[in-house]
Every structure is written in C-alpha cells, then in structure tokens.
Design a protein around this ligand. Structure first.
Ligand code: ZN
Length: 307
C-alpha cells in the first residue's frame, strides 16, 4: 500500500486569499482539528510583513502552538532571509521559499528578479546550515507559476528546469512545483515532473501544489501519482476560492483529495469523518460570506465506505 502525504495549506494559502482575519484561537482550533483527523503536515502561515498580509501576522504564534502536536510537520512560507530568521526562531520544521518561474509575476509580486531570489535562498540555506543539527528546518524551493502565468501565458519547461537547478545549487533540500494559476493539465504534469526529476534527481522533487481553477485539480493529482509524486498540497474546504474564476475553489479540496486517494486504496492516514469535523470548526470561525468548497462533504461518504 502506498502512503501519500497530504500537506494542508489552508491556514496559509486559504487565509491569505480571503479578507477575513481569523483570530489566533480559531487558527489553532483549526490546526488541532486537522491534526486530530490525522493530518501530519500543515503549512500554518507565512512570515511576511504584517502590513502586506495582516491575515498571517500571528504566524509565529501559530507555529509555536502547532509544534506542541507530536509528529506534526509544521511548515511555513518565507519570502526572504528575515522571514527565515523568524521561522527558525518560532521553530518551524519546514521552510518553503516561493519563487515564481515567471519573472514578470515575480517582479510584480515581490519586486525581485530570479537572480536576487536565488541569492536570498542561498543566504537562507547558510543560516540553516549554521544551526545545530537538531534545529535545522528542511528547505524547499517552491516553483510557482510553473505551468503557466496569468501575465506571461505559457512558461517554457526549460526555464522551470533551469530555476530548479539553481535553487538546488543554492542549498535547497528539494523543489516543489506549484500550479498557482490552475493552468496545468495531466499531460503537462507528467512531462514537467519527469524533466525536473531528470535534472535535479528523483528525490529532489516530491510535491505538487495544485489549484482547481478549471476543475482539473484531481485529474492532475492522478497524473502526479502516475509519475511517482507522493506529496500533495490541498486546502480544507478549498478555502480561498479563486480570484480568476468565481465559484471555483482555489487549492484542491482536502476532503475530496483524501476521499479519492483512500477510495483508490492508497493510504493518507487521514480519517474523512475527522476532516468533516475540522471543516465545521473552520466554518464556525469564518464569516458566512467566505465560501467553502468540495463535493465529498456535501454528498457524504458512499454507503459502505470504510476507512
Ligand atoms: Zn496556491
């Protein structure tokens, strides 16, 4: 039986996409409910300046709480060395540096060229290497807009490969591929995963971060499984929605993803009833105007479905 790791990213990707600011207690209750359901990796926030993303201003406190849950990998996003220092101080286990393969997107979002981001990633890797071994978080280079960009359109695979190689040379433990804009299709997923692995090695690419903007999220997961991907990011209730496609979830929905994988006989370690309970915790914490998505929570589990 193959074990698949689900990395819940709702507390970061979901919350940064909605206007509501969840109080710290609500975030902790949400994280705890997912942990109780069996989720073992959660991206709990992002260390960005509070004036840019007030929704995530208390990420340090969420990390400190999440670290009290045994066996949970506490992941965060950091855009720069300062963020990495804060992440290390709080005790995050995993740090992802997002790098937009589209340089136009990168310049517009964080006003940085690829060269500058690779240099910053190198500085973060050096900071990590200077820590005692048991305090070193793992470092991932998150290649966003890897399958296409709303500003540039198609993104050449050669450019993704080159950036993946640079990030590994800068000291990342692995790279991940993100379909930030929901442009990817299953054929493209397979070919890009193969190409990146061919360039940086089989074990340096394990995770996909997929969005369901055009309804292809789970189809893209299947394509990823076919080429050996074992970690998938998703968001409870698809929180965050998609600014480009009203009515569509943003990230793929954790509940639907877990249902598909478990129904296929793969193991996630996550109980669906537990996820439904976590969804209730989140629903109660959010204003009614913030939508949650997903088919499985609404339809319920098929008769006789056992976990
Ligand atoms: Zn995303």
């Amino acid at each position: 039986m193959t074990q698949i790791l689900i990395s819940e990213v709702g507390p970061r990707d979901g919350l940064q996409s909605i206007r509501s600011i969840l109080p710290l207690e609500a975030k902790c209750a949400w994280v705890a409910a997912e942990y109780a359901a069996g989720v073992r990796e959660i991206e709990v926030g992002s260390f960005v300046p509070a004036k840019l993303l007030p929704q995530l201003a208390d990420t340090g406190d969420v990390v400190r709480f999440a670290r009290t849950l045994p066996g949970l990998t506490v992941a965060v996003l950091v855009p720069n060395l300062e963020g990495a220092q804060a992440a290390v101080e709080a005790g995050a286990h995993k740090i992802t540096v997002p790098v937009s393969v589209s340089e136009t997107h990168s310049l517009r979002n964080i006003r940085r060229t690829h060269e500058q981001i690779v240099a910053e990633t190198h500085a973060i890797a050096e900071l990590i290497a200077s820590l005692p071994e048991d305090r070193r978080p793992s470092l991932e280079g998150g290649l966003s807009t890897a399958f296409g960009c709303t500003l540039e359109g198609a993104v050449p695979a050669d450019r993704v490969v080159a950036l993946a190689e640079q990030l590994m040379r800068a000291g990342c433990d692995e790279v991940g591929l993100a379909d930030t804009t929901g442009y990817a299709n299953p054929t493209q997923i397979k070919s890009l995963v193969r190409r990146i692995r061919g360039a940086v090695g089989e074990h340096a690419l394990n995770g996909l971060h997929l969005h369901n903007t055009r309804g292809l999220g789970l189809a893209n997961v299947l394509a990823g499984l076919d080429v050996g991907i074992s970690t998938f990011d998703s968001s409870l209730g698809g929180l965050g929605g998609c600014p480009f496609a009203p009515g569509a979830s943003g990230n793929i929905v954790t509940e639907d993803l877990v249902f598909m994988l478990e129904a296929m006989g793969l193991k996630t370690g996550i109980k669906l009833e537990g996820l439904f309970a976590a969804r209730e915790v989140l629903r109660k914490a959010l204003p009614a105007t913030d939508e949650l998505y997903g088919f499985t929570p609404l339809a319920g589990l098929p008769l006789g479905f056992r976990q």
